[in-house]
Ligand binder design. Structure first.
Ligand SMILES: Nc1nc2c(ncn2[C@@H]2O[C@H](COP(=O)(O)OP(=O)(O)OP(=O)(O)O)[C@@H](O)[C@H]2O)c(=O)[nH]1
Ligand SMILES: [Mg+2]
Length: 282
C-alpha cells in the first residue's frame, strides 16, 4: 500500500501561500502534537527574516510527556513553539501574545499567515481567534479550499487550504498522516493502517489495548480479537476485519484510547547530526 495525496488544489494552494509571503508579518505553522515532524510540510520553506511560530495542535489528544519533549526540541533549534488545544476557549492567549510581541508593521495591522497540512486545525484556530465561526471546519482533510482573510483582535489572519507534498518520506510517515486524518480516507486501506497502530501502541503504551477492549493484547491477531470482542461480524459469523479496523481507527482519533503520541523527537545526539523537521528557525 503506497499512500500519496497531492491533488491540483494543493499545488495551487502552495503557490498562493508562497505569493502571500510578501504580505504577511508573522507565519503560524500548525502541526499535530501527536506527530509534529511527520505533520510539517518539508517543502514549505519560509524566508529566514519572516517571524515564524510553530503551534502543536490537538495537545489534548497527545501524550503530555511527549509533547513537552517536542516543544523543548523545537526551542533547542531556535524555533518558537507552543502546544495548544484549539477547541479550549482560553487556549489562545499565549499565541496572541507571542504574535503581538513579534516585530513587523504597526501592532494593529499585523498580518498573520496560518499554514499546515490538512486537518491540523487551521480554520478552527482562526475561528477561536475570531470568537466566531467565520471559517468552515470539519473532521476530515481538505475542508478549506481557498485563501480567506479574517480580522480579529486588531490582527488579520489568512486561513489557507491544507497542503501536503508529492512523496512522503517513508511508509511510517504516510501511516501517521492517515491515522491523524490528514489524508483522504479513500486513499488508504483500513486494515494495514489499523495493524500498524495496534503494533505501535502495544509496544509504546503497554496495557492501553487491554484496557480499552478487555482482551489479551499479547494475542497474535489483535485486529481479529478486537473485532470479535466488539461484534464486528460478517454473514457467516466470521470477523469483519475491515469493519474492526475502521472502528479502531475512529476510536483512536476521538481520543478514546487516552492520550497517545505517534512520534517522539529524535534524541539530542541524532538531532544535532541532521534530520530537520522543516520549519526555519527565526
Ligand atoms: N481535540 C482537538 N480537536 C481539534 C483541535 N483543533 C482542531 N480540532 C478538530 O480537527 C478537525 C479539523 O479542523 P479544521 O480546523 O477544519 O482543520 P484545517 O487545518 O482547517 O483542515 P483543512 O481545511 O482540511 O486543511 C475538526 O474536527 C476540529 O474540531 C484541537 O486542538 N483538539
Ligand atoms: Mg481549514
Amino acid at each position: 500500500m503506497v499512500i500519496q495525496w497531492y491533488p491540483g488544489h494543493m499545488a495551487k494552494a502552495k503557490r498562493e501561500i508562497l505569493e502571500s509571503l510578501k504580505l504577511v508579518d508573522v507565519i503560524v505553522v500548525l502541526a499535530d502534537a501527536r506527530a509534529p515532524q511527520s505533520t510539517i510540510n518539508p517543502e514549505l520553506e519560509f524566508p529566514k527574516e519572516k517571524k515564524t511560530i510553530t503551534v502543536l495542535t490537538k495537545e489534548d489528544l497527545a501524550d503530555p510527556d511527549c509533547t513537552r519533549q517536542w516543544v523543548q526540541a523545537f526551542r533547542d533549534r531556535g524555533i518558537h513553539a507552543l502546544a495548544l488545544n484549539v477547541l479550549q476557549a482560553n487556549a489562545i492567549g499565549s499565541l496572541v501574545r507571542a504574535i503581538r510581541e513579534m516585530g513587523g508593521r504597526s501592532q494593529k495591522n499585523r498580518r498573520v499567515l496560518v499554514v499546515g497540512i490538512p486537518n491540523v486545525g487551521k480554520s478552527s484556530l482562526i475561528n477561536r481567534l475570531a470568537d466566531r465561526g467565520s471559517a468552515k471546519v470539519g473532521a476530515k482533510p481538505g475542508v478549506t479550499r481557498g485563501r480567506q482573510w479574517i480580522k480579529s483582535r486588531g490582527l488579520q489572519f489568512l486561513d489557507t487550504p491544507g497542503v501536503l507534498w508529492p512523496r512522503f518520506a517513508d511508509q511510517e510517515q504516510a501511516l501517521r498522516l492517515a491515522l491523524l486524518g490528514s489524508v483522504k480516507d479513500e486513499l488508504y486501506e483500513w486494515e494495514p493502517t489499523a495493524e500498524y497502530l495496534l503494533h505501535y501502541v502495544r509496544h509504546r503504551y503497554p496495557g492501553t489495548i487491554t484496557e480499552r477492549y478487555q482482551i489479551d493484547e499479547g494475542a497474535s491477531d489483535l485486529l481479529t480479537a478486537i473485532g470479535e470482542r466488539r461484534g464486528c461480524l460478517q454473514s457467516g459469523g466470521t470477523v469483519d476485519r475491515e469493519k474492526a479496523a475502521f472502528l479502531i481507527i475512529n476510536e483512536f482519533r476521538r481520543g478514546q484510547w487516552g492520550r497517545v503520541s505517534l512520534e517522539w523527537p529524535p534524541k539530542k545526539e541524532e538531532a544535532s547530526s541532521g534530520s530537520e523537521a522543516g520549519t526555519d528557525a527565526s
